[in-house]
Design a protein around this ligand. Sequence first.
Ligand code: FMN
Length: 445
Amino acid sequence: MSLTKVPQRRWASALLSGKYRPALSTHAPIAESPTDGSRRKGNISASRQPHLMRCASTSYRPHPKPVNTRPFSVSVASRSRNNTATPDLTMENKLQSVTFRERLAAAYPWTTAPLIVGAPMRVMSGPDLAVAVSRAGGFGFIGPGLKPESTAADLETTKGLLASSGIPQHGAVLPVGVGFQIWNGNLDVSASAVSQYRPAAAWLFAPRNGQTDVDVWTKRLREASPETKIWLQIGTLQEALDAARSASPPDVLVVQGAEAGGHGRTSDGIGFITLLPEIADATCESGIPLIAAGGVADGRGVVAALGVGAAGVAMGTRFLASQEARIKKGYQDEVVRATDGGASTLRTHLYNHLRGTFGWPEQFSPRTIINRSWVEKQAGTAFEDIKKLHDDAVSKGDGAWGPDGWTATYAGANVGLIRGVAGAGEIVEGTRNEAVKIIQTLSGL
Ligand SMILES: Cc1cc2nc3c(=O)[nH]c(=O)nc-3n(C[C@H](O)[C@H](O)[C@H](O)COP(=O)(O)O)c2cc1C
């Protein structure tokens, strides 16, 4: 047996072990740092650097304190950058998914491995979708609504759906999460909704002022509902490091790759296949589980994500083509029709502006399927003229979407992998089963 097969089989069997095993729960993802200064530069071996062994040690123990108070000092980033030394890159440490899924299991015991998350898509991810995803052993998130007050209304509906869903209650939390956009969110209203309904997680995204704004939201939401875990979606190494070094680090980091639908990094995004392992190496001492987002639409994407160190995946665009999505038929038809996302989608603020949405922080812009508005803009047509045509098309309903449509069709570069509408539960189970089959097949290599 070759040496590489041992960890590979352990990984496969850990992933295939079925239901997440309830384990330890914590708000304190940052593991204790060594005090001997040994993390600084130089050639590092695991035996001289025992803390590195904790990065993804299978015997993870949570830090007893509620939050990290010690800055990340070093190193991790500079080591990665200058390559003078590397973290302990044993197979176990590279595959954080094996260890960190136990931590997710503790907080979300209704979920099944490998973890599939329904991302919080503004308006599109409503209570029906979130509950269907969680009922199938995934983790469903409700997206931000049209108004800040919409979240509480959606959570009230969710509570009713959950009462008849068959998902066992786990303590005081609702087995769904809720997403907030920080830059234009209302923290008072959001904290009140979280306090009243206690979702299992709050997913934060798009701060105008980086981690400073995230910290304010994190602290307030934890005060409002200590049981609600904080998930933070980021798209760069720097954002991940800022979060891990923060005095209020998130419980989970969602690493959003450039293929993602909806808003993502405007110009410094890259695919998670590269971004996630670099973040995993740079933040492994933090003990924060990583979820991969952006481009995953089936079991193949899940295995890719797990292979680079994710503890699970978040899918958005795939769930736009679900029966439970809160989406217009013309929009959904276009997600199913479009192929070749590299050519048929792009990031632009044009459609935000056509819909009257201004003010997004410049570091974020949305990925959309291209249609007539973009073509006209490229041809030099004035914005006001495109706007008239856009508004006219929108007033006519489903014709607003499609190659001859005019309005926003936010979706990811994975549209070509989405060939039909299905129930959200079916999508979760099908994706998970496909991933498991691939892992079984690969483990025999
Ligand atoms: C239509 C749409 C709306 C989205 N809205 C939000 C949102 O309100 N908040 C958020 O954090 N992410 C939002 N996202 C991004 C998702 O969180 C996630 O990063 C993305 O869907 C993952 O990539 P995928 O679409 O390729 O699966 C949205 C994505 C889509 C497609």
